[in-house]
Design a protein around this ligand. Structure first.
Ligand code: GTP
Ligand code: MG
Length: 459
């Protein structure tokens, strides 16, 4: 990336819309747009105040032919998204006029922006750190309002502030340790020997607390993979439809109806659930059904949550027994369906596998007990934790926090066991390096390029 050149890209989705926006950023953006912008008031873009708009036309300089009627919005460095001079050209939202404008810019020497290049420039120009830049994508891709709130918090710098506080504490310990290596005889101002362990302890418990929010944070950001399993005909598809509120999956009284998994996203009190209905679990000779069963078993490994459905109108079968023995209880809920009919299932055998209070009784067809299912799912995912404080939602951040925690632990244990100060210093420096990866202070060009390549063009 050459940060000197001027870049442009379509910032709105391709296709037909009321308006379309082309973004231009770089030191030459005012001249470049000025070259093709004609307006009745003869305003010069360079001389317009920041964050003011002008009406006019985009015109091919040679022939004078009009590409579109537009409004331009002008921003001056450093007061813009990227921190550079910027212009946003707001034209009619059709592919032909927008492409004509973009072509005229490219003809004049402007370069087409790479994916995420505007945000990358914002990062390099100190407008935001890496954790905030990543939150930009999370805002765009938010699946529910709660997910959006979390992303906006990160964009506002909540995670970055937390990282800075922990880093500041470590810097203090580091300064103390280094000074006591250099001047072992001297009394040092500020910290004392006893403070070292307590500072390290504090950072350690803060990082642990932050890491504990990861599974919930990730659930809000990416959605919770929730798989519905059970024998054929127990009512899995009926349950999917009931939670979804529409007849999405085929329901019949014929066992083996669902052969390939069906996936839908639902919003459960702000938690995005990727709900997957599967082929019923049974020993079968039918080749197609067999493939479906194999796929279901694979799906379970990748699920965050399993809804294991039993049929209350039949006995507790060997297959049911096998299913309950296979699924990990910590990520499963057991649901007994069809309670509107006569109960035949032997509950004591179900309770042999799952604590009574964790078994839910419903009628998916009649809509009974679905509120309890929603509540149980919500509790499993979010827990009863309050929503204050930071939430970690990104795998890259989780890894860096784990590495930082490992280094802080090593420093604290080393300190308590009396290893030499220079080894403690190495661990503290390691922890600072890992924390810096989250905000981007200690990240290589390659990694940042990798991260920004996941953005869309024009962002
Ligand atoms: N009485 C009653 N019938 C139900 C209930 N839920 C589902 N059924 C009926 O049970 C039958 C099977 O329902 P499905 O939802 O297709 O069952 P499934 O588990 O998806 O079955 P497969 O796709 O074959 O594995 C249908 O006739 C449903 O109408 C319920 O709560 N009460
Ligand atoms: Mg089905």
């Amino acid at each position: 990336m050459n940060r000197e050149d001027t870049i442009a890209a379509l910032a709105t989705p391709p296709g037909i819309g009321a308006l379309g926006i082309i973004r231009v950023s770089g030191s030459g953006s005012h001249e470049q747009v000025g070259r093709i912008f004609k307006n009745p008031g003869k305003k010069r873009i360079k001389e317009m105040k920041g964050y003011t708009a002008a009406y006019g036309h985009i015109v091919e300089p040679g022939s004078g032919s009009v590409a579109d009627e537009v409004v331009v919005l002008v921003m001056h460095a450093p007061n813009s998204y990227t921190g550079e001079n910027m212009v946003e050209i707001i034209g009619h939202g059709g592919p032909v006029p927008l492409k004509s404008i973009l072509d005229l810019l490219l003809d004049g020497g402007v370069r087409l922006a790479e994916p995420g290049e505007f945000t990358r420039r914002a990062f390099f120009n100190g407008k935001m750190d890496l954790a905030q830049a990543e939150a930009v994508v999370d805002v765009i891709e938010a699946k529910t309002k709660q997910g959006l709130r979390l992303a906006l918090d990160h964009l506002g710098g909540s995670l970055s502030r937390f990282i800075r506080e922990s880093s500041d504490r470590l810097w203090e310990v580091l300064a103390y340790c280094e000074a006591s290596i250099d001047f072992p005889e001297d009394e040092l101002d500020g910290m004392s020997l006893e403070d070292v362990a307590s500072y390290l302890n504090q950072v350690e418990s803060d990082l642990e607390e932050a890491l504990a929010t990861y599974s919930r944070g990730r659930a809000l950001r990416e959605g919770v993979r929730t798989t519905i399993i059970g024998r054929p005909n127990v009512g899995k598809s009926t349950l999917l439809n009931a939670l979804l509120g529409e007849e999405r999956a085929l329901v019949t009284s014929v066992p083996g109806t669902t052969r390939d998994s069906v996936e839908e996203i639902i919003n459960l009190d702000g938690i995005p659930l990727r709900l997957i209905d599967t082929a019923g679990l049974r020993e079968t000779e039918d080749e197609v059904e067999k493939l479906g069963v194999d796929r279901t078993l694979k799906l379970l490994e990748r699920s965050d949550l399993i809804l294991a459905v039993l049929d209350s109108t039949t006995g507790f079968t060997v297959e049911d027994e096998k299913m309950l023995a296979t699924i990990p209880p910590e990520k499963s809920l057991v649901i007994v369906n069809k309670i509107d009919l006569e109960e035949k299932i032997d509950l004591s055998r179900v309770k042999g596998h799952f604590p009574e209070e964790e078994i839910l009784f419903i009628s998916a067809r009649e809509g009974q007990g679905l509120g309890n299912v929603r509540e149980a799912i919500r509790k499993r995912i979010i827990g009863t934790a309050d929503k204050e404080g930071i939430w970690v939602s990104n795998l890259r951040h989780e890894r860096a926090l784990k590495d930082a925690l490992k280094s802080v632990k090593a420093a604290r244990e080393g300190w308590q066991q009396g290893i030499t100060m220079d080894l403690v210093v190495v661990d503290i420096r390691g922890a600072l390096h890992h924390l810096g990866q989250i905000t981007g202070e200690t990240i290589s060009q390659d990694i940042s390029r990798e991260i920004f390549s996941r953005f869309c063009i024009g962002k």
